[in-house]
Write a protein that binds this ligand. Structure first.
Ligand SMILES: [Zn+2]
Length: 152
């Protein structure tokens, strides 16, 4: 049985999302890794926020494209997302979000569509929850906690 996609953004919106991701990749600041990444985030209200990786001479301070896009959107008052497109220069295959970005995306929902794009604009689509099974989310902080444990 064919899997039906529900609430998928219109094709023109996806085309724009993909175009924004590729465009953002060209603004990547990556003098150290030379590994350009672009991301574009689609809000449920239909806005698109793009991001690129921004490296730093102090390597751990570098920020990924996905987190750049998320920080831009949240700082503009958007925190509900329906899709993110991510692209790099990886030619054979696709580049998925790193662990830190997966945790950052999880903060905003497990049902976000993730489109991984190659430079030819071919894509693979995943539901975010497929990329981070058993994710730690804000809901975990609401769970009842034990008042005693085995070493008390
Ligand atoms: Zn990342």
């Amino acid at each position: 049985m064919e899997k039906k996609i529900v609430h998928a953004p219109p094709t023109t919106t996806l085309e724009e999302l993909f175009r924004e991701a590729h465009s953002a990749k060209h603004r990547a600041y990556c003098p150290y890794s030379k590994f350009r990444v672009g991301a574009a985030l689609l809000t449920t209200s239909g806005k698109i926020y793009s991001g690129c990786n921004v490296e730093n001479a102090s390597y751990p301070l570098s920020t990924c494209a996905e987190r750049t896009a998320i920080v831009k959107a949240v700082s503009e008052g958007e925190a509900n997302f329906q899709a993110i497109a991510i692209t790099s220069d990886v030619d054979a295959g696709y580049c998925g979000p790193c662990g830190a970005c997966r945790q950052t995306i999880a903060e905003f929902g497990l049902d976000i569509d993730v489109y991984l794009l190659n430079p030819q604009n071919e894509c693979k689509m995943f539901k975010f929850r497929e990329l981070l099974p058993f994710a730690f989310t804000p809901r975990d902080l609401q769970k009842t906690r034990a008042t005693h444990d085995i070493i008390d």
